[in-house]
Design a protein around this ligand. Sequence first.
Ligand code: ASP
Ligand code: MG
Length: 456
Amino acid sequence: MSNSNITVLKFGGTSVKSIGRIQHVGEIIQGRCKSGKVLVVVSAMGDTTDYLIKLAKQASDSPDAREMDQLLAVGEQISITLLTMSLHRMGIKARSLTAAQVGIFTENVHNKARIVDVKSDSLMNALKTNDVLVVAGFQGITENGDVTTLGRGGSDTTAVALAAAVNAICCDIYTDVDGIYTADPNVITGASLLNQISHEEVLEMSRMGAQVIHPRAVELARQYKVPLRVRNTFKPDHGGTLIDGGDNMEIYRTVSGVAIDRDQASVAILNVPDKPGIAGTIMQTLAAQNIVIDMIMQAFHPTMGKNSITFTVHQSDLDQTIAALNQIKSELGASEVLSDPDIAKVSLIGAGLAGQPGVAAKVFNTLGKNSINIKMIATSEMKLTCVVSQADTEKAAQLIHDAFELKAVVQNERAYTDIRESEKIYQAIHELEALTRKYIDGVIETRDAAAAHASF
Ligand code: ASP
Ligand code: MG
């Protein structure tokens, strides 16, 4: 539970793309600082990070990882200062801070470092004389004083880490969409906005390519119980989607969405001996290079007495993965390392998926009837993933979204909730009322409470 009156707001690259947009963000911040101190985290302006990466690649075929971080951190340093200047112009006491100035310590890994510690005392001190602190997202610092970055999209993680460190009331992630949908509304017809979703589901969605919020941020929020909302910078009165602890598992829907991940590639190591230790060696080699893999499958070829091990990696890790595997290929006794970059993952996600016998049949039949070939399959508690070829991605996702009637999921859920007169619901209403009172007491703008009430 929070014991401070600090709110954390994070604005993504599109929200601070230009000075005009930075001024708009300034107005949102101005509204929010009426009810307490505000910590703001910003990304780099627009496509700055992509631009910097492009420059680095022109300077060197394989830019040094340390220098890369030193360069990329500049992007966020531009936006924190410009936003702070805008806030000053509005008469707000604000100050910009880099990760080094705050003390956002990370492990000593470049390009995708994880946060080890955030020094909240520096923030608390700076808040004594300021109403708003604008902190650079995405960057960190090692014990030795080297600049690190947290990986693409890492500013969300910075925001949640700060919220956890100062025990903030909530962490609002402002972006350019209304919240979390059952599927990408730009791709899927009938995708609908979810009022609320559990951490677990949103984690599955974002891991599967739904790019609304960074998975590491959601994990951190779950771990430190930071109330997290995804909201639209351009519709500040809109309540967005609340990502909550999932205590009310029973009132959650069976299926929450369909996610697409096009940035995947598959890798297969063919004909390794069928003996203990092989899979371990492969995974350890990749883990040592911080490569995240998924959908690991092992197939035994009885006639040859050999195994093939197949898995998926992020496309940006493909070259590194192949190079690493080629190095251990002869040690493993593998005949070949193959890769397929022409794949995409389409996943059905839902907290209620586990133990539902008809789900897999429905997904596979839906794809089969429409002549979509499934290249790989994986299931877990909350998701069912099919790997299909890139060309089939959107069609597959739309078919699954339609088959599970996700267009109507929010309406159905409302009707379902309305007729349930269980104690659990009454208790939730009481909690909501208590929360509303707290909001009216000026902790958060009253209109948020109204939005929360309306969305209930
Ligand atoms: N600017 C960084 C990126 O584009 C971090 C972020 O936006 O969250 O990846
Ligand atoms: Mg960005």
